[in-house]
Design a protein around this ligand. Structure first.
Ligand SMILES: NC(=O)c1ccc[n+]([C@@H]2O[C@H](COP(=O)([O-])OP(=O)(O)OC[C@H]3O[C@@H](n4cnc5c(N)ncnc54)[C@H](OP(=O)(O)O)[C@@H]3O)[C@@H](O)[C@H]2O)c1
Length: 238
């Protein structure tokens, strides 16, 4: 089977890639970074650089389409930012910063949607499952703690964009299944500064989450709906 892994340098994406390669599958990894040393060189792995501007995504999808002759069975979109250079993780309203908000909305919500736009014409006749990394903090009903205004809003926005895209895909790409996925708190650079109060048993290894994601994708039926599921395969309230 042939897979597209977008945001492929993410720690979880690297684990997904390793697991797929070890099963003999073909992976096209797409990232703004060169192939990480932890991802093995393998004849079934093709690494593409993308800087996620809309024209760059469109051009890259054209190149992928010209290069890949076999159908795409899975797409996994891993992009997401919570903290980093110039980004503020708000504890209260006074922490909110316009530029940080725009950046987080862009990488968590807009970039995945640009990929769904670019992929639709190519995948419209194919049977394919698409997983996009959301987060439980994107659930409005589940928000009991507050804080993290930009990240929460970006994942809630992502969920709405995916729901709307699932409706359009069900009309124009009838054999595609979409899932918004919450990996659980996973030991990656994204969660590193926030792990202090997480019980050891609740902090997952990327390899575990990658395995769960692939098992859950396998079990999904093509029903024209967006599923919002966690690592255990349990639905999350919107
Ligand atoms: N770790 C957790 O506890 C946790 C919990 C809930 C949800 N998630 C979600 O899981 C996904 C994977 O994250 P991770 O934990 O594996 O973190 P990570 O290792 O920090 O990965 C970061 C991801 O974001 C992408 N990215 C970074 N800067 C970007 C930018 N400016 N524009 C677009 N994309 C950018 C990276 O793509 P490149 O390969 O191009 O750099 C990579 O895919 C994220 O969507 C995150 O929100 C994680």
């Amino acid at each position: 089977m042939t897979n597209l892994i977008i945001g492929a340098s993410s720690e979880i994406a690297q684990s997904i890639t390793r697991q797929l390669l070890s099963s003999g599958e073909v992976v096209h990894g797409i990232s703004q970074h060169p192939q990480p040393a932890q991802v093995p060189h393998d004849q079934n792995l093709h690494w593409w650089i993308c800087h996620y501007g809309e024209s760059h995504i469109e051009q890259l999808v054209e190149s992928l389409q010209e290069t890949i002759t076999e159908p795409i069975s899975r797409v996994v979109i891993c992009n997401g930012q919570l903290h980093g250079d110039g980004l503020v993780v708000e504890k209260r309203l006074q922490d909110l910063q316009e530029s940080s908000f725009h950046q987080i909305i862009n990488s968590n919500a807009l970039v995945p949607l640009l990929w769904l736009r670019a992929l639709l014409p190519w995948l419209s006749k194919q049977e394919c499952k698409i997983a996009v990394f959301s987060a439980r903090v994107g659930s409005i009903e589940d928000n009991k703690l507050g804080g993290w205004y930009s990240y929460r809003a970006s994942k809630a926005a992502l969920n709405m964009l995916l729901k709307t895209a699932a409706i359009e895909y069900s009309r124009r790409a009838k054999k595609i299944k979409l899932m918004a996925f919450h990996p659980g708190t996973t030991d990656t650079p994204l969660s590193k500064p926030f792990q202090a109060n997480v019980a050891e048993s609740k902090l997952f290894e990327p390899e575990f989450v990658a395995k769960r994601l692939l098992e859950i994708m396998e079990s999904l039926h093509i029903d024209g709906e967006l599923s919002y599921l966690d690592w255990a395969g349990e639905p999350i309230r919107w």
